[in-house]
Design a protein around this ligand. Structure first.
Ligand code: COA
Length: 158
């Protein structure tokens, strides 16, 4: 069974994330969507809240499992017995950051392979940060996020 871990901050998950996950289901038999800690970010949702959001979004999709971890991605992957990481790339700056992370992960865990998928053009301008701003200042974000995420963001930010 081909399984990949799709790690991210998901603070919050955007339609860009969801698009990558849905497309990846055509390639992998099972995806573990793993909410992780990015030490460079101050999340507005707790890890548990992000897991709950993703679980609600993917409810009824048996090929997707939502999980959460703290610590290194390589240790989590080892613990789950998975050797494939899936990440989306939007642009060149993502590429540089992802390249660094993939190489660092590979140095720590040589069996680990990182697979990248290009974000669809219509999502390439999205970011969780932009979406939080749009919602906070009363803008419309329904094209950018799932209705479950929009409701949760409005509750949190307004
Ligand atoms: N389309 C549009 N936007 C997308 C997207 C897509 N397909 N995929 C991601 N994004 C956006 C997100 O909205 C987010 O925006 P933001 O920067 O405004 O928050 C940004 O791209 C990236 O966020 P995301 O993919 O959710 O997670 P991340 O880059 O913060 O994740 C981890 C990084 C968690 C995977 C990494 O820090 C990690 O592995 N942490 C565990 C600790 C560890 O092992 N560290 C060593 C790593 S070498």
């Amino acid at each position: 069974m081909k399984t990949a871990i799709c790690p991210g901050s998901f603070d919050p998950p955007t339609n860009g994330h969801l698009n990558i996950i849905e497309r990846a289901l055509k390639i992998f038999d099972r995806l573990i969507v793993a909410v992780a800690v990015n030490t460079a970010k101050q999340p507005i949702f707790t890890g548990e809240e992000r897991v709950d959001l993703l679980q609600e979004i993917f409810d009824g999709q048996p090929k997707i499992q939502v999980d959460r971890f703290e610590g290194l991605l390589v240790d989590y992957a080892k613990g789950r017995g998975v050797t494939t990481i899936l990440r989306g790339i939007r642009n060149m700056s993502d590429y540089e950051y992802e390249f660094q992370m993939a190489l660092a992960n590979k140095a720590m865990h040589p069996e680990l392979e990182t697979i990248f998928m290009m974000t669809e053009g219509r999502y390439s301008h999205l970011s969780s940060t932009i979406i939080k701003d749009v919602i906070q200042y009363g803008g419309k974000a329904s094209e950018m996020i799932h209705p479950i995420v929009e409701a949760a963001l409005k509750k949190k930010l307004r």
